[in-house]
Design a protein around this ligand. Structure first.
Ligand code: MN
Ligand code: MN
Length: 468
């Protein structure tokens, strides 16, 4: 027989908040499901390393599941399933629920662009008998992390006649890869005195693409010419076609399990494909429940969400307005009654760098999906800050559906900070809360997530879109 509890123990049990301690509270059976779920996720990561590739992958899957291209002039009825591909780089898909749209829609918004190295418009040059490409990095990268590692080239080249050439080099067995060089330690005495931020400078992110000259004494820049010859043979392009191209370098490796227990996935681009994949799977599972749900896989988040494929633009608003018009409703009213989970990752506590976090208010790998009431920096600038009422509602919903979740904010006050797409959707009038997955080494070429957290995010999104 156990000893009677003391008054203090009883009070503590009743009043004190016990932070959840790791996803191990999942049953063995659920952990196995999480591992299994991540096998599909790893395939998605390997299939999509750019927003265009991810969007196309999702469209293919949606079409297999009877989703049809959105027609803004059509009135949709409950059970209809639609998608809208915005310039090949951002995607909205939705299922019409039984409730009228005036009850609001359930929005999940993630992004499918990730930090990377873009090529400049006139990238190719030759120096010291090496052919190189000039680049302009995209998103928040730590430049020193991207040197001396295998890189693959992805993207499109649009020729003068409008033909779009898809490029992908460095992913198939037998493909060559590319790299950005770094200095040898023997001669790095001066470079070593630079700050870490300046260790590799933007204009030093030059990509090595060839060293063999085209044999003809009559021409100059023979190595560059040889590279142009190879590109012409493979893609039927000329140098000028680089001017209308979107080409980028991404890590050439695939997603791998991390750790002896294989409990984590290491890959390029978890931010934010982990939320894109989990929300996509949740929506397909929910299909068409009571509320209409709208899932957005946005572009341009890593560069500030500007542009016609980013969520600072109107493409989501226009979509919801068109849906509303189909039911003869005012778009404002629909959006103002809508709720949104801004599905994006957060930086997980790293025991090697504990000083950047308030350990009572950070998220931990393995503790479940992370809910952030606000993001931003310097006194909550640049955040929409979810209302207590909406946080309370989602907290109850997740507990009801047995979702492992934790609350956490990105870093200590004034340590830096960052934002998500939450504010753009909140600015339209919807209630928005950030819910995502904790990530180690965020924005690096090898980001890490915990498999149970990935599964918890999926369960959370499913609970949200599946509401009665
Ligand atoms: Mn993100
Ligand atoms: Mn990011």
């Amino acid at each position: 027989m156990s000893k009677d509890k003391t008054q203090g123990e009883i009070l503590q049990e009743k009043l004190a908040h016990k932070p959840k301690s790791s996803g191990i509270k999942m049953s063995e059976q659920e952990i196995a499901k999480a591992f299994d779920f991540c096998e599909g996720y790893k395939k998605f990561l390997d299939a999509g390393k750019t927003e265009r590739e991810c969007a196309q992958w999702a469209v293919d899957l949606l079409e297999k599941n009877s989703y049809t291209p959105f027609d803004p002039d059509k009135a949709y009825k409950p059970g209809d399933k639609i998608y809208l591909l915005n310039r090949g780089k951002a995607l909205i898909f939705a299922a019409i629920g039984n409730r009228p749209l005036s009850d609001g829609v359930k929005i999940i918004a993630s992004h499918i662009d990730s930090p990377r190295i873009d090529l400049k418009q006139s990238p190719l040059y030759e120096e010291a008998q090496l052919a190189m490409l000039k680049t302009h990095y995209y998103g928040g990268i730590r430049k020193y992390q991207w040197v001396a590692m295998p890189l693959a080239l992805h993207g499109v080249i649009v020729k003068k006649d409008g033909q779009v050439v898809n490029v992908q080099i460095g992913e198939s067995a037998g493909d060559p890869v590319f790299c950005i060089n770094d200095l040898l330690p023997h001669l790095a005495q001066e470079q070593n005195k630079r700050t870490l931020a300046e260790g590799i400078k933007g204009e030093e992110l030059n990509v090595l693409v060839g060293s063999l000259p085209f044999k003809d004494d009559k021409v100059s820049e023979k190595v560059k010419l040889n590279v142009l010859r190879l590109l012409s043979e493979k893609y039927d392009i000329v140098e000028e076609d680089f001017l209308s191209a979107e080409l980028c370098l991404v890590p050439a490796w695939g997603a791998r399990d991390i750790g002896l227990d294989c409990s984590m996935v290491g890959a390029y681009g978890h931010d934010d494909r982990v939320c894109a994949y989990t929300s996509l799977m949740a929506c397909l599972e929910a299909s068409a429940p009571a509320y209409t749900w709208v899932n957005v896989l946005a572009d341009k988040e890593e560069a500030g969400s500007d542009g016609n494929t980013g969520l600072a633009s109107r493409f989501l608003e226009n979509f919801i307005w068109a849906l509303a018009a189909g039911q003869k409703l005012d778009g404002h009213r629909v959006i103002e009654n809508s709720e949104c989970l801004s599905a994006d990752v957060s930086g997980a506590f790293d025991p090697t760098f504990p000083e950047v976090n308030d350990k009572r208010n950070t998220c931990y790998l393995g503790y479940g999906a992370v809910m952030s009431k606000y993001t931003g920096s310097r006194g909550k600038a640049g955040t929409s800050d979810a209302s207590a009422e909406f946080v309370g509602k989602i907290r109850a919903l997740f507990d009801k559906h047995d979702v492992d979740w934790q609350a956490g904010e990105l870093g200590k006050v004034d340590a830096g900070g960052g934002g998500t797409v939450a504010k753009f959707i909140a600015n339209l009038g919807a209630d928005v809360l950030d819910v995502g997955v904790p990530v180690l080494s965020m924005h690096s070429p090898l980001e890490i997530v915990g498999k149970t957290d990935v599964y918890s995010a999926y369960k959370g999104y499913l609970a949200f879109v599946g509401q009665d």
